[in-house]
Ligand binder design. Structure first.
Ligand code: HEC
Ligand code: HEC
Ligand code: HEC
Ligand code: HEC
Length: 416
Protein backbone atom coordinates (compact mmCIF):
# COMPACT_ATOMS: atom_id res chain seq x y z
CA UNK A 1 0.00 0.00 0.00
CA UNK A 2 2.78 2.34 0.97
CA UNK A 3 4.54 1.54 -2.28
CA UNK A 4 1.46 2.55 -4.31
CA UNK A 5 1.14 5.98 -2.66
CA UNK A 6 4.79 6.81 -3.24
CA UNK A 7 5.37 8.23 -6.70
CA UNK A 8 7.56 6.22 -9.01
CA UNK A 9 10.60 7.89 -10.49
CA UNK A 10 8.71 8.33 -13.69
CA UNK A 11 5.79 10.05 -11.91
CA UNK A 12 8.23 12.27 -10.00
CA UNK A 13 9.87 13.31 -13.24
CA UNK A 14 6.50 14.24 -14.73
CA UNK A 15 5.51 16.17 -11.59
CA UNK A 16 8.78 18.04 -11.50
CA UNK A 17 8.69 18.94 -15.15
CA UNK A 18 5.08 20.15 -14.81
CA UNK A 19 6.07 22.24 -11.79
CA UNK A 20 9.06 23.67 -13.63
CA UNK A 21 6.79 24.37 -16.60
CA UNK A 22 4.33 26.26 -14.41
CA UNK A 23 7.09 28.29 -12.78
CA UNK A 24 8.61 29.12 -16.17
CA UNK A 25 5.20 30.10 -17.51
CA UNK A 26 4.55 32.37 -14.53
CA UNK A 27 7.95 33.99 -14.81
CA UNK A 28 7.58 34.42 -18.57
CA UNK A 29 4.16 35.98 -18.17
CA UNK A 30 5.35 38.22 -15.35
CA UNK A 31 8.37 39.25 -17.40
CA UNK A 32 6.14 39.92 -20.36
CA UNK A 33 3.90 42.21 -18.30
CA UNK A 34 6.94 43.82 -16.76
CA UNK A 35 8.33 44.62 -20.22
CA UNK A 36 4.92 45.86 -21.39
CA UNK A 37 4.75 47.97 -18.25
CA UNK A 38 8.23 49.41 -18.89
CA UNK A 39 7.34 50.16 -22.49
CA UNK A 40 4.54 52.53 -21.59
CA UNK A 41 1.94 50.58 -19.58
CA UNK A 42 1.19 53.73 -17.61
CA UNK A 43 0.48 55.77 -20.73
CA UNK A 44 -1.56 52.98 -22.22
CA UNK A 45 -3.69 52.79 -19.08
CA UNK A 46 -4.15 56.53 -19.19
CA UNK A 47 -5.13 56.38 -22.88
CA UNK A 48 -7.59 53.57 -22.14
CA UNK A 49 -9.03 55.57 -19.25
CA UNK A 50 -9.56 58.63 -21.46
CA UNK A 51 -11.07 56.47 -24.23
CA UNK A 52 -13.51 54.87 -21.78
CA UNK A 53 -14.48 58.11 -20.02
CA UNK A 54 -17.83 59.65 -20.95
CA UNK A 55 -17.76 62.53 -23.43
CA UNK A 56 -16.75 65.78 -21.78
CA UNK A 57 -17.77 68.89 -23.78
CA UNK A 58 -15.07 70.98 -22.11
CA UNK A 59 -12.36 68.82 -23.73
CA UNK A 60 -13.06 70.56 -27.08
CA UNK A 61 -12.68 73.95 -25.43
CA UNK A 62 -9.30 72.86 -24.04
CA UNK A 63 -8.28 72.00 -27.62
CA UNK A 64 -8.94 75.63 -28.53
CA UNK A 65 -7.28 77.26 -25.54
CA UNK A 66 -4.24 74.95 -25.69
CA UNK A 67 -3.67 75.59 -29.42
CA UNK A 68 -1.25 78.14 -30.85
CA UNK A 69 -3.03 81.18 -32.33
CA UNK A 70 -3.67 80.71 -36.08
CA UNK A 71 -3.49 83.29 -38.87
CA UNK A 72 -6.39 82.90 -41.31
CA UNK A 73 -5.95 84.30 -44.81
CA UNK A 74 -9.62 84.53 -45.78
CA UNK A 75 -10.62 87.60 -43.75
CA UNK A 76 -11.73 85.76 -40.62
CA UNK A 77 -10.20 86.61 -37.25
CA UNK A 78 -7.98 83.95 -35.59
CA UNK A 79 -10.07 81.28 -33.87
CA UNK A 80 -7.42 79.34 -31.96
CA UNK A 81 -5.56 80.15 -28.74
CA UNK A 82 -6.62 81.47 -25.33
CA UNK A 83 -6.82 85.08 -26.47
CA UNK A 84 -9.19 84.33 -29.34
CA UNK A 85 -11.35 82.16 -27.09
CA UNK A 86 -11.62 84.75 -24.31
CA UNK A 87 -12.35 87.56 -26.78
CA UNK A 88 -15.23 85.61 -28.35
CA UNK A 89 -16.81 84.70 -25.04
CA UNK A 90 -16.48 88.23 -23.63
CA UNK A 91 -17.79 90.02 -26.68
CA UNK A 92 -20.61 87.46 -26.60
CA UNK A 93 -21.47 88.57 -23.06
CA UNK A 94 -21.65 92.19 -24.18
CA UNK A 95 -23.85 91.09 -27.08
CA UNK A 96 -26.24 89.40 -24.62
CA UNK A 97 -26.52 92.61 -22.57
CA UNK A 98 -27.35 94.52 -25.75
CA UNK A 99 -29.70 91.91 -27.26
CA UNK A 100 -31.32 89.63 -24.67
CA UNK A 101 -33.29 88.11 -27.57
CA UNK A 102 -31.42 86.81 -30.64
CA UNK A 103 -31.65 88.84 -33.86
CA UNK A 104 -31.11 86.27 -36.58
CA UNK A 105 -31.82 82.67 -35.71
CA UNK A 106 -33.56 80.20 -38.00
CA UNK A 107 -33.12 76.95 -36.09
CA UNK A 108 -32.45 77.75 -32.44
CA UNK A 109 -35.83 79.40 -32.00
CA UNK A 110 -37.31 79.81 -28.54
CA UNK A 111 -33.91 80.27 -26.87
CA UNK A 112 -32.66 83.49 -25.28
CA UNK A 113 -29.36 84.95 -26.47
CA UNK A 114 -27.77 83.88 -23.17
CA UNK A 115 -28.91 80.29 -23.72
CA UNK A 116 -27.56 80.30 -27.28
CA UNK A 117 -24.26 81.72 -26.01
CA UNK A 118 -23.96 78.86 -23.52
CA UNK A 119 -24.87 76.23 -26.09
CA UNK A 120 -22.41 77.68 -28.65
CA UNK A 121 -19.49 77.45 -26.24
CA UNK A 122 -19.96 73.90 -25.06
CA UNK A 123 -21.66 72.16 -27.93
CA UNK A 124 -20.71 74.03 -31.09
CA UNK A 125 -17.25 75.54 -30.52
CA UNK A 126 -16.34 72.69 -28.18
CA UNK A 127 -17.62 70.05 -30.59
CA UNK A 128 -15.57 71.39 -33.52
CA UNK A 129 -12.52 72.54 -31.53
CA UNK A 130 -12.75 76.08 -32.95
CA UNK A 131 -13.45 79.48 -31.38
CA UNK A 132 -16.46 81.68 -32.21
CA UNK A 133 -14.45 83.41 -34.98
CA UNK A 134 -14.52 80.26 -37.13
CA UNK A 135 -18.13 81.14 -37.98
CA UNK A 136 -18.76 84.64 -36.62
CA UNK A 137 -17.54 88.13 -37.15
CA UNK A 138 -17.57 88.67 -33.38
CA UNK A 139 -18.36 92.36 -33.82
CA UNK A 140 -21.85 91.21 -34.81
CA UNK A 141 -22.99 87.70 -33.88
CA UNK A 142 -26.20 88.12 -35.89
CA UNK A 143 -24.42 88.71 -39.21
CA UNK A 144 -24.13 85.87 -41.74
CA UNK A 145 -20.74 86.98 -43.03
CA UNK A 146 -18.94 83.64 -43.49
CA UNK A 147 -19.88 80.46 -45.36
CA UNK A 148 -18.89 78.47 -42.26
CA UNK A 149 -21.83 79.96 -40.38
CA UNK A 150 -24.20 78.99 -43.19
CA UNK A 151 -22.78 75.45 -43.15
CA UNK A 152 -23.20 75.31 -39.37
CA UNK A 153 -26.81 76.46 -39.62
CA UNK A 154 -27.53 73.69 -42.09
CA UNK A 155 -25.81 71.24 -39.76
CA UNK A 156 -28.15 72.35 -36.95
CA UNK A 157 -30.97 71.30 -39.27
CA UNK A 158 -29.10 68.08 -40.02
CA UNK A 159 -28.88 67.20 -36.32
CA UNK A 160 -32.60 67.69 -35.85
CA UNK A 161 -33.48 65.76 -39.00
CA UNK A 162 -31.19 62.84 -38.13
CA UNK A 163 -32.72 62.57 -34.68
CA UNK A 164 -36.28 62.90 -36.00
CA UNK A 165 -36.03 60.57 -38.98
CA UNK A 166 -33.67 57.90 -37.74
CA UNK A 167 -32.57 58.02 -34.12
CA UNK A 168 -35.56 58.52 -31.82
CA UNK A 169 -37.69 55.94 -33.59
CA UNK A 170 -35.08 53.19 -33.65
CA UNK A 171 -36.56 49.93 -32.39
CA UNK A 172 -35.58 49.56 -28.72
CA UNK A 173 -34.04 53.07 -28.78
CA UNK A 174 -31.71 53.51 -25.80
CA UNK A 175 -32.16 57.27 -25.37
CA UNK A 176 -29.09 58.66 -27.19
CA UNK A 177 -29.27 61.62 -29.57
CA UNK A 178 -26.89 62.78 -32.30
CA UNK A 179 -25.28 66.18 -31.71
CA UNK A 180 -22.45 68.11 -33.46
CA UNK A 181 -19.73 66.35 -31.47
CA UNK A 182 -21.07 62.89 -32.39
CA UNK A 183 -19.50 63.35 -35.84
CA UNK A 184 -17.03 66.20 -35.35
CA UNK A 185 -15.36 65.02 -32.15
CA UNK A 186 -13.17 68.12 -31.78
CA UNK A 187 -12.35 68.66 -35.49
CA UNK A 188 -14.00 71.03 -37.99
CA UNK A 189 -12.93 69.04 -41.10
CA UNK A 190 -11.18 65.81 -42.16
CA UNK A 191 -12.88 63.52 -39.67
CA UNK A 192 -12.19 59.78 -39.92
CA UNK A 193 -14.95 58.07 -41.92
CA UNK A 194 -13.88 54.43 -42.18
CA UNK A 195 -11.12 53.77 -39.63
CA UNK A 196 -7.61 52.33 -40.02
CA UNK A 197 -8.68 48.75 -39.58
CA UNK A 198 -10.92 48.86 -42.64
CA UNK A 199 -8.28 50.61 -44.75
CA UNK A 200 -5.58 48.14 -43.65
CA UNK A 201 -7.59 44.92 -43.76
CA UNK A 202 -9.90 45.17 -46.76
CA UNK A 203 -7.80 44.13 -49.78
CA UNK A 204 -8.19 46.07 -53.05
CA UNK A 205 -9.26 42.94 -54.97
CA UNK A 206 -11.72 43.66 -57.78
CA UNK A 207 -15.41 43.28 -56.95
CA UNK A 208 -18.22 43.55 -59.46
CA UNK A 209 -21.25 45.26 -57.97
CA UNK A 210 -24.48 43.60 -59.10
CA UNK A 211 -27.15 45.88 -57.66
CA UNK A 212 -30.84 45.03 -57.35
CA UNK A 213 -33.51 46.85 -59.30
CA UNK A 214 -36.67 48.42 -57.91
CA UNK A 215 -38.32 44.98 -57.84
CA UNK A 216 -35.38 43.48 -55.92
CA UNK A 217 -34.12 41.55 -58.97
CA UNK A 218 -30.39 41.27 -59.66
CA UNK A 219 -28.96 43.48 -62.44
CA UNK A 220 -26.02 41.71 -64.11
CA UNK A 221 -25.93 43.65 -67.40
CA UNK A 222 -23.23 46.31 -66.95
CA UNK A 223 -24.95 48.76 -69.30
CA UNK A 224 -28.06 48.74 -67.10
CA UNK A 225 -26.10 49.68 -63.95
CA UNK A 226 -25.37 53.20 -62.68
CA UNK A 227 -22.23 54.52 -64.36
CA UNK A 228 -19.97 54.45 -61.29
CA UNK A 229 -20.35 50.67 -60.90
CA UNK A 230 -20.23 49.49 -64.52
CA UNK A 231 -16.58 48.48 -64.10
CA UNK A 232 -15.46 46.28 -61.17
CA UNK A 233 -14.43 48.39 -58.15
CA UNK A 234 -11.69 47.75 -55.59
CA UNK A 235 -13.39 45.88 -52.72
CA UNK A 236 -13.19 48.87 -50.34
CA UNK A 237 -15.05 51.09 -52.79
CA UNK A 238 -17.62 48.37 -53.46
CA UNK A 239 -18.30 48.06 -49.72
CA UNK A 240 -18.75 51.80 -49.36
CA UNK A 241 -20.98 51.82 -52.42
CA UNK A 242 -23.37 49.59 -50.46
CA UNK A 243 -23.06 51.64 -47.28
CA UNK A 244 -24.12 54.74 -49.25
CA UNK A 245 -26.65 53.09 -51.59
CA UNK A 246 -28.58 50.69 -49.40
CA UNK A 247 -32.16 49.61 -50.07
CA UNK A 248 -34.82 47.54 -48.35
CA UNK A 249 -37.75 46.44 -50.44
CA UNK A 250 -40.14 45.25 -47.76
CA UNK A 251 -39.45 46.69 -44.29
CA UNK A 252 -38.98 44.06 -41.64
CA UNK A 253 -42.07 42.77 -39.88
CA UNK A 254 -41.81 39.91 -37.37
CA UNK A 255 -44.94 38.29 -38.86
CA UNK A 256 -43.63 38.13 -42.43
CA UNK A 257 -40.78 35.68 -42.99
CA UNK A 258 -39.78 37.16 -46.37
CA UNK A 259 -39.59 40.77 -45.12
CA UNK A 260 -36.58 42.84 -44.17
CA UNK A 261 -34.15 41.67 -46.84
CA UNK A 262 -32.04 44.48 -48.21
CA UNK A 263 -29.28 44.96 -50.77
CA UNK A 264 -26.78 43.06 -48.61
CA UNK A 265 -28.79 39.85 -48.27
CA UNK A 266 -27.23 36.86 -49.99
CA UNK A 267 -30.45 34.88 -50.17
CA UNK A 268 -31.61 36.18 -53.54
CA UNK A 269 -32.29 33.99 -56.55
CA UNK A 270 -29.33 33.98 -58.90
CA UNK A 271 -26.60 36.54 -59.45
CA UNK A 272 -25.11 36.28 -55.96
CA UNK A 273 -21.57 35.45 -56.93
CA UNK A 274 -18.43 34.96 -54.85
CA UNK A 275 -17.80 38.67 -55.38
CA UNK A 276 -21.16 39.49 -53.77
CA UNK A 277 -20.11 37.32 -50.84
CA UNK A 278 -16.82 39.25 -50.61
CA UNK A 279 -18.71 42.54 -50.65
CA UNK A 280 -21.17 41.28 -48.01
CA UNK A 281 -18.31 40.15 -45.77
CA UNK A 282 -16.34 43.36 -46.35
CA UNK A 283 -19.41 45.34 -45.30
CA UNK A 284 -20.06 43.12 -42.28
CA UNK A 285 -16.44 43.61 -41.20
CA UNK A 286 -16.72 47.36 -41.76
CA UNK A 287 -19.79 47.52 -39.53
CA UNK A 288 -18.33 45.20 -36.88
CA UNK A 289 -15.04 47.18 -36.78
CA UNK A 290 -16.90 50.50 -36.69
CA UNK A 291 -18.88 49.36 -33.67
CA UNK A 292 -16.04 47.48 -31.97
CA UNK A 293 -17.96 44.18 -31.82
CA UNK A 294 -18.05 40.82 -33.58
CA UNK A 295 -20.67 39.17 -35.81
CA UNK A 296 -22.77 38.05 -32.83
CA UNK A 297 -23.25 41.67 -31.81
CA UNK A 298 -25.93 41.70 -34.52
CA UNK A 299 -26.47 38.05 -35.49
CA UNK A 300 -27.31 34.73 -34.04
CA UNK A 301 -24.49 32.90 -35.80
CA UNK A 302 -26.77 29.88 -36.44
CA UNK A 303 -29.12 32.06 -38.48
CA UNK A 304 -27.68 35.13 -40.20
CA UNK A 305 -30.99 35.85 -41.95
CA UNK A 306 -33.06 36.35 -38.81
CA UNK A 307 -33.57 39.74 -37.12
CA UNK A 308 -33.55 38.34 -33.54
CA UNK A 309 -35.87 40.77 -31.81
CA UNK A 310 -36.25 38.43 -28.88
CA UNK A 311 -32.68 37.50 -28.42
CA UNK A 312 -32.56 36.23 -24.87
CA UNK A 313 -30.76 32.92 -24.92
CA UNK A 314 -29.56 33.26 -28.51
CA UNK A 315 -27.10 36.12 -28.58
CA UNK A 316 -24.49 36.75 -25.90
CA UNK A 317 -26.50 39.62 -24.44
CA UNK A 318 -30.29 40.20 -24.69
CA UNK A 319 -29.63 43.90 -25.39
CA UNK A 320 -28.00 42.84 -28.66
CA UNK A 321 -31.43 41.68 -29.75
CA UNK A 322 -32.41 44.59 -31.93
CA UNK A 323 -28.98 45.35 -33.26
CA UNK A 324 -29.33 43.87 -36.73
CA UNK A 325 -32.52 45.86 -37.23
CA UNK A 326 -30.85 48.99 -35.85
CA UNK A 327 -27.91 48.41 -38.20
CA UNK A 328 -30.31 48.17 -41.14
CA UNK A 329 -31.91 51.49 -40.15
CA UNK A 330 -28.43 52.98 -39.87
CA UNK A 331 -27.53 51.75 -43.36
CA UNK A 332 -30.63 53.56 -44.58
CA UNK A 333 -29.36 56.60 -42.64
CA UNK A 334 -25.89 56.61 -44.29
CA UNK A 335 -27.66 56.25 -47.64
CA UNK A 336 -29.90 59.21 -46.78
CA UNK A 337 -26.85 61.23 -45.69
CA UNK A 338 -25.17 60.54 -49.03
CA UNK A 339 -28.25 61.46 -51.04
CA UNK A 340 -28.86 64.69 -49.12
CA UNK A 341 -25.34 65.77 -48.20
CA UNK A 342 -25.10 68.71 -50.58
CA UNK A 343 -28.24 70.23 -49.14
CA UNK A 344 -26.89 69.95 -45.57
CA UNK A 345 -24.24 72.40 -46.47
CA UNK A 346 -20.80 71.00 -45.79
CA UNK A 347 -18.35 73.15 -47.75
CA UNK A 348 -17.13 71.22 -50.83
CA UNK A 349 -13.41 70.56 -51.24
CA UNK A 350 -11.73 71.46 -54.48
CA UNK A 351 -8.38 69.97 -53.44
CA UNK A 352 -8.58 66.41 -52.19
CA UNK A 353 -5.64 65.32 -50.03
CA UNK A 354 -3.70 62.48 -51.62
CA UNK A 355 -3.88 59.88 -48.85
CA UNK A 356 -4.75 56.19 -48.83
CA UNK A 357 -4.93 53.61 -51.60
CA UNK A 358 -5.36 55.03 -55.11
CA UNK A 359 -8.95 55.75 -56.03
CA UNK A 360 -10.31 54.91 -52.63
CA UNK A 361 -10.11 58.30 -51.01
CA UNK A 362 -11.04 60.20 -54.11
CA UNK A 363 -14.21 58.45 -55.00
CA UNK A 364 -15.40 57.05 -51.71
CA UNK A 365 -13.85 58.79 -48.73
CA UNK A 366 -14.41 62.03 -50.58
CA UNK A 367 -17.61 61.50 -52.51
CA UNK A 368 -17.94 63.27 -55.81
CA UNK A 369 -21.27 65.08 -55.94
CA UNK A 370 -21.92 67.33 -58.94
CA UNK A 371 -18.20 67.54 -59.74
CA UNK A 372 -17.15 68.56 -56.21
CA UNK A 373 -15.77 66.52 -53.32
CA UNK A 374 -17.36 66.06 -49.91
CA UNK A 375 -16.67 63.90 -46.89
CA UNK A 376 -19.86 61.96 -46.19
CA UNK A 377 -20.22 60.34 -42.75
CA UNK A 378 -20.14 56.54 -42.48
CA UNK A 379 -20.69 54.22 -39.51
CA UNK A 380 -17.18 54.87 -38.18
CA UNK A 381 -17.69 58.68 -38.18
CA UNK A 382 -20.07 58.43 -35.23
CA UNK A 383 -19.26 55.05 -33.70
CA UNK A 384 -15.41 55.09 -33.85
CA UNK A 385 -15.15 51.63 -32.34
CA UNK A 386 -18.03 51.85 -29.84
CA UNK A 387 -21.55 50.47 -29.93
CA UNK A 388 -22.93 53.76 -28.58
CA UNK A 389 -21.03 56.74 -30.04
CA UNK A 390 -18.92 58.38 -27.36
CA UNK A 391 -20.16 61.89 -28.03
CA UNK A 392 -23.83 61.01 -28.39
CA UNK A 393 -25.95 62.79 -25.83
CA UNK A 394 -28.14 60.58 -23.65
CA UNK A 395 -31.53 61.82 -22.51
CA UNK A 396 -30.60 60.73 -19.01
CA UNK A 397 -27.81 63.37 -19.09
CA UNK A 398 -30.23 66.17 -19.87
CA UNK A 399 -31.32 67.81 -16.66
CA UNK A 400 -34.85 69.20 -16.46
CA UNK A 401 -35.84 72.76 -17.24
CA UNK A 402 -33.56 75.60 -18.14
CA UNK A 403 -30.26 73.77 -17.77
CA UNK A 404 -31.66 71.25 -20.25
CA UNK A 405 -31.97 73.97 -22.86
CA UNK A 406 -28.32 74.83 -22.44
CA UNK A 407 -27.12 71.26 -22.73
CA UNK A 408 -29.17 70.23 -25.70
CA UNK A 409 -31.88 72.44 -27.19
CA UNK A 410 -35.26 70.72 -27.64
CA UNK A 411 -35.35 71.99 -31.25
CA UNK A 412 -32.46 69.63 -32.05
CA UNK A 413 -33.97 66.55 -30.46
CA UNK A 414 -36.08 65.55 -33.41
CA UNK A 415 -39.39 66.79 -32.16
CA UNK A 416 -39.51 64.84 -28.93
C1 HEC B 1 -19.41 76.29 -36.20
C2 HEC B 1 -19.97 77.61 -36.33
C3 HEC B 1 -20.24 78.43 -35.09
C4 HEC B 1 -19.38 78.66 -34.05
C5 HEC B 1 -17.97 78.13 -33.86
C6 HEC B 1 -20.07 79.53 -33.14
N1 HEC B 1 -21.31 79.84 -33.62
FE1 HEC B 1 -22.65 81.11 -32.79
N2 HEC B 1 -23.98 80.73 -34.29
C7 HEC B 1 -23.76 79.85 -35.32
C8 HEC B 1 -24.96 79.75 -36.12
C9 HEC B 1 -25.15 78.87 -37.34
C10 HEC B 1 -25.91 80.59 -35.52
C11 HEC B 1 -27.35 80.85 -36.01
C12 HEC B 1 -28.27 79.75 -35.46
C13 HEC B 1 -29.66 79.73 -36.07
O1 HEC B 1 -29.88 80.29 -37.17
O2 HEC B 1 -30.56 79.13 -35.43
C14 HEC B 1 -25.25 81.21 -34.37
C15 HEC B 1 -25.84 82.15 -33.54
C16 HEC B 1 -25.23 82.74 -32.47
C17 HEC B 1 -25.81 83.78 -31.65
C18 HEC B 1 -27.16 84.45 -31.85
C19 HEC B 1 -26.97 85.71 -32.67
C20 HEC B 1 -28.26 86.42 -33.06
O3 HEC B 1 -28.59 87.42 -32.42
O4 HEC B 1 -28.91 85.95 -34.00
C21 HEC B 1 -24.89 84.08 -30.68
C22 HEC B 1 -25.03 85.12 -29.57
C23 HEC B 1 -23.76 83.24 -30.89
N3 HEC B 1 -23.97 82.44 -31.99
C24 HEC B 1 -22.62 83.26 -30.12
C25 HEC B 1 -21.52 82.45 -30.31
C26 HEC B 1 -20.37 82.43 -29.45
C27 HEC B 1 -20.19 83.30 -28.21
C28 HEC B 1 -19.50 81.54 -29.96
C29 HEC B 1 -18.16 81.12 -29.43
C30 HEC B 1 -18.17 80.66 -28.06
C31 HEC B 1 -20.12 80.99 -31.15
N4 HEC B 1 -21.34 81.55 -31.33
C32 HEC B 1 -19.54 80.01 -31.94
C33 HEC B 1 -22.58 79.18 -35.62
C34 HEC B 1 -21.46 79.17 -34.80
C1 HEC C 1 -23.66 63.27 -39.37
C2 HEC C 1 -22.36 63.83 -39.03
C3 HEC C 1 -22.29 65.32 -38.72
C4 HEC C 1 -23.01 66.02 -37.78
C5 HEC C 1 -24.06 65.47 -36.83
C6 HEC C 1 -22.56 67.38 -37.86
N1 HEC C 1 -21.60 67.50 -38.82
FE1 HEC C 1 -20.72 69.22 -39.44
N2 HEC C 1 -19.75 68.23 -40.91
C7 HEC C 1 -19.75 66.85 -41.06
C8 HEC C 1 -18.85 66.50 -42.14
C9 HEC C 1 -18.52 65.08 -42.61
C10 HEC C 1 -18.34 67.71 -42.66
C11 HEC C 1 -17.36 67.88 -43.81
C12 HEC C 1 -15.97 67.92 -43.26
C13 HEC C 1 -14.92 68.06 -44.35
O1 HEC C 1 -15.17 68.77 -45.32
O2 HEC C 1 -13.85 67.47 -44.19
C14 HEC C 1 -18.92 68.78 -41.86
C15 HEC C 1 -18.66 70.12 -42.05
C16 HEC C 1 -19.06 71.14 -41.18
C17 HEC C 1 -18.70 72.53 -41.31
C18 HEC C 1 -17.86 73.15 -42.44
C19 HEC C 1 -16.42 73.12 -42.02
C20 HEC C 1 -15.49 73.69 -43.05
O3 HEC C 1 -14.76 74.62 -42.71
O4 HEC C 1 -15.48 73.20 -44.20
C21 HEC C 1 -19.25 73.19 -40.23
C22 HEC C 1 -19.11 74.67 -39.92
C23 HEC C 1 -19.96 72.21 -39.45
N3 HEC C 1 -19.83 70.97 -40.06
C24 HEC C 1 -20.64 72.47 -38.27
C25 HEC C 1 -21.45 71.54 -37.61
C26 HEC C 1 -22.26 71.88 -36.47
C27 HEC C 1 -22.33 73.24 -35.82
C28 HEC C 1 -22.95 70.74 -36.13
C29 HEC C 1 -24.00 70.57 -35.05
C30 HEC C 1 -25.12 71.48 -35.17
C31 HEC C 1 -22.54 69.69 -37.06
N4 HEC C 1 -21.63 70.23 -37.93
C32 HEC C 1 -23.03 68.40 -37.04
C33 HEC C 1 -20.48 65.94 -40.34
C34 HEC C 1 -21.40 66.26 -39.36
C1 HEC D 1 -23.75 46.06 -36.92
C2 HEC D 1 -24.55 44.87 -37.19
C3 HEC D 1 -23.93 43.74 -37.97
C4 HEC D 1 -22.75 43.11 -37.74
C5 HEC D 1 -21.70 43.43 -36.68
C6 HEC D 1 -22.66 42.03 -38.69
N1 HEC D 1 -23.77 42.03 -39.47
FE1 HEC D 1 -24.22 40.64 -40.92
N2 HEC D 1 -25.92 41.69 -41.40
C7 HEC D 1 -26.34 42.85 -40.78
C8 HEC D 1 -27.49 43.35 -41.49
C9 HEC D 1 -28.26 44.63 -41.14
C10 HEC D 1 -27.77 42.46 -42.53
C11 HEC D 1 -28.95 42.47 -43.48
C12 HEC D 1 -28.50 42.82 -44.85
C13 HEC D 1 -29.63 42.86 -45.84
O1 HEC D 1 -30.61 42.12 -45.76
O2 HEC D 1 -29.48 43.70 -46.73
C14 HEC D 1 -26.74 41.42 -42.45
C15 HEC D 1 -26.67 40.32 -43.32
C16 HEC D 1 -25.73 39.31 -43.22
C17 HEC D 1 -25.71 38.13 -44.06
C18 HEC D 1 -26.70 37.83 -45.19
C19 HEC D 1 -27.93 37.21 -44.63
C20 HEC D 1 -28.99 37.02 -45.69
O3 HEC D 1 -30.14 37.48 -45.45
O4 HEC D 1 -28.71 36.48 -46.76
C21 HEC D 1 -24.65 37.36 -43.67
C22 HEC D 1 -24.20 36.04 -44.24
C23 HEC D 1 -23.99 38.09 -42.58
N3 HEC D 1 -24.68 39.26 -42.33
C24 HEC D 1 -22.85 37.66 -41.94
C25 HEC D 1 -22.16 38.41 -40.98
C26 HEC D 1 -20.87 38.03 -40.45
C27 HEC D 1 -20.09 36.79 -40.81
C28 HEC D 1 -20.50 39.02 -39.58
C29 HEC D 1 -19.19 39.17 -38.80
C30 HEC D 1 -18.03 39.37 -39.65
C31 HEC D 1 -21.59 40.00 -39.56
N4 HEC D 1 -22.56 39.59 -40.43
C32 HEC D 1 -21.58 41.15 -38.77
C33 HEC D 1 -25.78 43.43 -39.66
C34 HEC D 1 -24.57 43.06 -39.08
C1 HEC E 1 -24.84 60.23 -37.17
C2 HEC E 1 -24.23 59.31 -36.24
C3 HEC E 1 -24.37 57.80 -36.50
C4 HEC E 1 -24.00 57.13 -37.66
C5 HEC E 1 -23.46 57.70 -38.96
C6 HEC E 1 -24.24 55.73 -37.38
N1 HEC E 1 -24.75 55.58 -36.12
FE1 HEC E 1 -25.28 53.81 -35.23
N2 HEC E 1 -25.91 54.83 -33.56
C7 HEC E 1 -25.88 56.19 -33.40
C8 HEC E 1 -26.49 56.53 -32.12
C9 HEC E 1 -26.66 57.93 -31.55
C10 HEC E 1 -26.88 55.30 -31.52
C11 HEC E 1 -27.57 55.09 -30.17
C12 HEC E 1 -29.07 54.97 -30.36
C13 HEC E 1 -29.79 54.49 -29.12
O1 HEC E 1 -29.69 55.14 -28.07
O2 HEC E 1 -30.45 53.44 -29.20
C14 HEC E 1 -26.50 54.26 -32.45
C15 HEC E 1 -26.72 52.90 -32.23
C16 HEC E 1 -26.41 51.89 -33.11
C17 HEC E 1 -26.64 50.49 -32.86
C18 HEC E 1 -27.23 49.89 -31.60
C19 HEC E 1 -26.15 49.78 -30.55
C20 HEC E 1 -26.65 49.41 -29.17
O3 HEC E 1 -25.80 48.92 -28.38
O4 HEC E 1 -27.83 49.62 -28.86
C21 HEC E 1 -26.19 49.80 -33.97
C22 HEC E 1 -26.22 48.30 -34.17
C23 HEC E 1 -25.68 50.79 -34.90
N3 HEC E 1 -25.82 52.04 -34.36
C24 HEC E 1 -25.13 50.50 -36.15
C25 HEC E 1 -24.68 51.44 -37.05
C26 HEC E 1 -24.19 51.12 -38.37
C27 HEC E 1 -24.04 49.71 -38.92
C28 HEC E 1 -23.89 52.30 -38.98
C29 HEC E 1 -23.42 52.52 -40.42
C30 HEC E 1 -24.25 51.90 -41.43
C31 HEC E 1 -24.18 53.36 -38.03
N4 HEC E 1 -24.65 52.81 -36.88
C32 HEC E 1 -24.01 54.72 -38.30
C33 HEC E 1 -25.34 57.11 -34.27
C34 HEC E 1 -24.85 56.82 -35.55
Amino acid sequence: MQMASRPSDRQSAVLISVAVGVVVAVITTATFYWIVELSGGEERREAARIAAAPYDPTSGIRLITNAEPNTPTDGRQPWLGTEAWTAGVQVGQEYIAQFPEPQNVEVLTGMSTAQIWGYMQQNVSGALGVGCQYCHDINNFAADTYPQKAAARNMLRLVNDLNAQFIVNLPNWRGNYVQCATCHNGQPINMEVVGDRFVGSTPPIPATVDPLDSQGDVIVDAAAKPEEIQEPLPLQNAVLYYVYNYQVWRPYSPDEPESGRGSLALTYEGGRTQEQVNINQGTMNYMAWSLGGGCTFCHNSRNFIDYELDAAGNLPNPEYGYNKLKAQRMLLMTTWLNANWEQYGAIPKTDVPDIGPAGFYQDQYYRRIEGEYYTVPGCYSCHAGRDIPKAAINQADIPEGDAGLLVFPPVLRGGT
